[in-house]
Design a protein around this ligand. Sequence first.
Ligand SMILES: C[S@@+](CC[C@H](N)C(=O)[O-])C[C@H]1O[C@@H](n2cnc3c(N)ncnc32)[C@H](O)[C@@H]1O
Length: 232
Amino acid sequence: MNEDLTFNSKLAELYDKNTRISIPTYDSLFAMIQSYYRVQLGEKAASLLVIGAGGGNELSAWGPSNPRWTFTGVDPSEEMLKIAKHKATELGLKSRVNLIQGTTDDIPQPDSKFDAASCILVLHFIDNVQEKLKLLVSIKDKLKSGAPFALVSAYGNHDASELQARLNVWKSFWIDAGRETSKIDQMVNDAITKLSLLPEKQIEELLAESGFTQITRFYSTGIMAGWICHAE
Ligand SMILES: C[S@@+](CC[C@H](N)C(=O)[O-])C[C@H]1O[C@@H](n2cnc3c(N)ncnc32)[C@H](O)[C@@H]1O
């Protein structure tokens, strides 16, 4: 393995390990979304738009088991895209994967709209409500009418006791994985308090305002939740 690949594979391992501590049902989440897409898309060839494709986990979870799906992955982070590229190469998916460094604005106009989309663990990094709305509208505009869309994000109100209670659940995942309490408190200060969170109701309202229908929450673990919906 050359130096760059070794570096990427170490990064990928670390990302995968930590994400699965933060979200112990992470793999089930991808399996659930895959089931939903499969039922909606049937046996036909389908094009999937993956927003925040950086970690490459959408590609590794859905690529090998769905040989008729192609993936357009978008992510502004060069480092995260290196992980995705690494996984696509390792799994022999390169011919079905197009990775774009940037945001939805950087996706070239495709010949036809996408059959499905995902935006997993991205929305809470988008700073304000207007920017979140802009992102959701731009995803909706790239989808065929009726196409399924899966959104997964941290949610809540930073000042509410309800979020504090879920944060305690999240902390317990890290304690159980052997992380020191001081390091967990540091993660809360450095990362969690900086997330741009909205309460569940407001996320559902944003989805509706962006042109998605049949908005259904199908998932929740710790501080995260997931919604399935369809482009109008
Ligand atoms: C926690 S990672 C999640 C990656 C992957 N979806 C997963 O579940 O493993 C969040 C990713 O969102 C990317 N991101 C941040 N802002 C974005 C935007 N406006 N459009 C697309 N991706 C974005 C980050 O660079 C990062 O790679």
